[in-house]
Design a protein. Structure first.
Length: 480
């Protein structure tokens, strides 16, 4: 092609137009990058993406959430907080974060009880929660949000004084890890010894009876029956095969409870490497109930369980639902042979066997004619309307080791225990929230390792690459 003055001008014009358009495009990209932000998470298990547990919790919190971070002007500290809170803001747009330098407002810090640099205060519907963990994690922030989301502190009362499993002791057989987890999601946990003359508090949301080893006094049993029948209280009753009802036969009769003799043997547990005395619950073993939703693909372990049958009296008003059922191959071993466990037809009880029941009834249900007459007189009042709309709830389990410190960390045991307590406390919005948030897969290097990596990538690696290039150049020159 012959280059003329005209073609030269045309090429110059085209190049100028291309350069101008390129500058405009680059400028627009720079402008858009300042106004809009797009983030993607390519890490394993979406480490920097909000977990399903946190999303489920945010779905229940319809009102705006305000977070104030009392953090000094330390870029690293504030960046860490911002990084975690941003995950919540991307999912729920009305989560706000405000930074305050605590050294500039000492009076406010004292008044609010701020104790550490980087402390967060969460405000939600007039309630507050402090978060003092550093560095901040999604687990801690979600737990704090769950605490502040509850309308009040649900009171969980653990019966003691008869050798029950303790929510405060740290032995393998006690329940302190589960109790700590309950406190972390907003429950208030206390111990109660009825033998000291104090009755069950009126504001008790759930009473827990965890396998008393010694027989309760008749007066103590009367207090429990009054709590169930007159105060319409909610109850979690944990049983063990080796322990009797400890004087609670009137309560068993009230709900129609029969404890089957012997201990359940589950041969399918051997496939998991467990003793046949450990009952494994999974898939169809979780019966249809709000408590078991979402656990269908999870595994729960129940060491030394006994089968139970609940058939409430017709006039009691109780509606029973089996919660947990063993595999059909399991059976209740009534008389184990020495050194051998085997099924003896006609002696042992065939599976599948139920090891847990959930019971419910309207709190307005009356149990004698006098109360019925009183209800009829008040049936048009607002108090009666409120009463009849509420449920009284009980859970009975033929096993209690699954929530002990030795076993609560296995499979879905902790999650199942929390779901049970949320249902009993009538916090139905929280039942479907899993207990675990995202797995922390972050890799942290020591200061020396960070210095070594910096030197390697900034100096050693470039010098090595340059040296290789020089060597290749010299070899080619020699060959030429």
């Amino acid at each position: 092609m012959k280059v003329t003055k005209g073609t030269h001008l045309q090429a110059t014009f085209q190049n100028s137009i291309f350069t101008v358009l390129l500058i405009i495009v680059v400028g627009l990209i720079a402008w858009l990058s300042e106004r809009y932000e797009v983030k993607t998470d390519w890490t394993v298990n979406n480490l920097h993406t909000l977990s399903e547990a946190s999303k489920s919790l945010l779905d229940t919190m319809q009102k705006p959430i305000k977070i104030t971070a009392y953090a000094s002007k330390d870029n690293k500290l504030r960046e860490d907080i911002q990084d975690v809170v941003e995950r919540y803001q991307r999912y729920k747009t009305d989560v706000s974060l405000n930074f305050v330098d605590p050294f500039t407002v000492p009076g406010e810090v004292r008044e609010l009880g701020v104790q550490v640099d980087g402390e967060l205060i969460i405000y939600y519907q007039g309630r507050t929660q402090h978060v003092r963990e550093s560095p901040l994690s999604e687990q801690e922030l979600t737990s704090a949000l769950q605490r502040v989301a509850r309308t009040d502190n649900r009171l969980i009362v653990f019966l003691e004084g008869h050798g029950e499993r303790s929510p405060t002791q740290a032995t393998n057989s006690d329940l302190s890890q589960w109790a700590f987890a309950l406190k972390n999601i907003g429950f208030k946990v206390v111990n109660l010894n009825l033998g000291e003359g104090t009755g069950i508090p009126d504001n008790t949301n759930v009473l827990v009876i965890a396998t008393p080893q010694n027989k309760l006094l008749p007066g103590e049993v009367s207090m429990i029956m009054e709590y169930i029948e007159k105060k319409h209280g909610n109850l979690l009753w944990l049983l063990d095969p080796s322990v009797s009802l400890a004087g609670l036969e009137p309560l068993a009769k009230n709900v129609g409870l029969t404890v089957q003799p012997g201990m359940i043997v589950d041969p399918t547990s051997q496939l998991l490497g467990n003793s046949p005395a450990v009952v494994s619950i999974t898939t169809s073993g979780y019966r249809h109930h709000p408590i078991t939703l979402g656990l269908e693909n999870e595994l729960s372990l129940f060491p030394q369980a006994s089968g139970i049958v609940v058939v409430p009296p017709e006039d009691s008003g109780w509606l029973e639902d089996p919660l947990l059922t063993t595999h059909p191959q399991a059976w209740s071993e009534s008389s184990p042979s020495e050194g051998m466990v085997q099924y003896d037809e006609g002696v042992d009880i065939d599976g599948p066997l139920n090891i847990a029941y959930a019971l419910s009834r309207e709190e307005g249900h009356d149990h004698n004619h006098a109360e019925n007459d009183k209800k009829e007189e008040l049936e048009d009042t607002e108090a009666t309307d409120d009463l009849s709309n509420k449920e009284q709830r009980l859970i009975i389990l033929g096993e209690s080791d699954f929530l002990s410190n030795a076993y609560v960390g296995y499979g879905a045991n902790m999650e199942l225990g929390q779901k049970m307590m949320n249902w009993l406390a009538e916090d139905d919005d929280f039942i479907e929230i899993p207990s675990k948030t995202a797995v922390d897969l972050s890799l942290t290097f020591s200061p020396n390792a960070q210095i070594f990596l910096g030197i390697f990538f900034l100096f050693l690696l470039p010098i090595l690459l340059i040296s290789i290039g020089i060597m290749v150049f010299i070899l080619r020159r020699r060959k030429a």
